[in-house]
Ligand binder design. Structure first.
Ligand code: FAD
Length: 291
């Protein structure tokens, strides 16, 4: 998969979450089918804290691998898994043709900021999961990165140190958590490059279509949105149509700046909807001729 990211010209990728029921499944598959002709570099499905959500990930990613032309990447976390169970899931992914894994530690179920207690026979950091996936076969491995540092990191210096350790443990690329100012992402990219590590870091982008999406991106990014973004969007809070139009403008401009800075791939968090992502990639000129 990494070859697709290194190919000619900028690319984009798309992320989904697993369906909880048959209605969700229909929504997910509508979005997948609508984005398939756009030939993303890869598509990924997140991995939940347990139970049916995990089943939804493995079932959906297997279906993508067997029924679509998309390149699938499965997320995997160390939460509540022994090493033996992680080996099983990785082996299962491989058996259905999924050779790309986003290796994550994950958060404690229920309270993401609660105490991290590793499974007694499990792993503590994503770095160890990267090593495990690498040991088990010829996989392309991605990891997460945080533009403003992971919430549990004491400072940016230690955050960068552990990110680079994780990359050097065998990751092919990293995907960054959300941000609103392209300069902030470019500073993360520079921090990694300054250590001599040349593993690509891809920006995570969520199209701003509603006031709720704006609030979600602020929460997930871990930093306030810049005043210039809020000044354009907040006055439109009571006009959903105007908000959406301005939000797509803001998202497109952010992506344009990233592409101008040589970023090789834009990773879109789709929330299992395709329309906004399709609009942004069309405005960026990233739609292949055959779509
Ligand atoms: P790690 O890289 O292990 O880092 C966790 C913390 O430990 C950081 O503060 C880090 O600096 C520190 N650290 C790392 N190594 C060491 C070390 N050796 N010694 C001391 N400290 C260390 N969550 C899900 O549950 N499912 C998903 O599908 C999912 N997908 C995601 C996709 C993306 C693109 C991103 C950005 C996040 C995703 N997450 C997902 C959230 C992620 O699981 C959480 O943010 C989690 O808290 C950290 O996981 P990690 O892999 O970054 O952890």
């Amino acid at each position: 998969m990494i070859e697709r990211l290194r190919g000619d010209g900028p690319k984009f990728s798309i992320e989904f979450f697993p369906p909880r029921d048959t209605a969700d499944e229909a929504v997910l598959w509508k979005a997948i089918r609508e984005l398939e002709p756009y030939d993303p570099a890869y598509m990924s499905i997140t991995y939940g804290a347990g139970g049916s959500s995990r089943d939804g990930t493995v079932r959906s990613i297997a279906r993508v691998a067997t029924e679509t032309t998309l390149v699938p990447m499965a997320h995997l976390t160390a939460v509540n898994h022994s090493v033996a169970e992680l080996r099983n899931v990785i082996g299962w992914y491989a058996s259905v043709g999924v050779r790309n894994i986003l290796a994550l530690r994950g958060d404690p179920p229920g309270d993401v900021y609660g105490e991290w207690i590793p499974h007694p026979e499990g792993l503590t950091y994503a770095e160890e999961l990267v090593q495990l996936v690498r040991e088990l076969g010829d996989f392309c491995v991605g990891v997460s990165a945080y533009t403003y540092g992971h919430p549990r990191s004491s400072d940016l210096e230690s955050d960068t140190k552990y990110l680079v350790r994780k990359l050097r443990a065998g990751a092919d690329f990293a995907i960054a958590q959300l941000f609103h100012d392209p300069e902030d992402f470019l500073r993360l990219r520079d921090r990694v490059a300054a250590t001599g590590c040349d593993v690509p870091v891809l920006p995570g982008v969520m199209p701003l279509t509603t006031m709720r999406t704006l609030q979600t991106t602020i929460k997930l990014s871990g930093a306030p949105a810049p005043r210039k973004v809020l000044d354009r969007l907040e006055p439109l809070a009571d006009d959903p149509k105007a908000f959406r139009a301005a939000g797509i403008d803001v998202t497109t401009e952010l992506c344009e700046k990233l592409l101008a800075e040589g970023v090789p791939n834009l990773h879109f968090y789709t929330f299992n909807r395709s329309k906004a992502t399709r609009e942004v990639i069309a405005r960026l000129g990233l739609v292949p001729a055959r779509a």
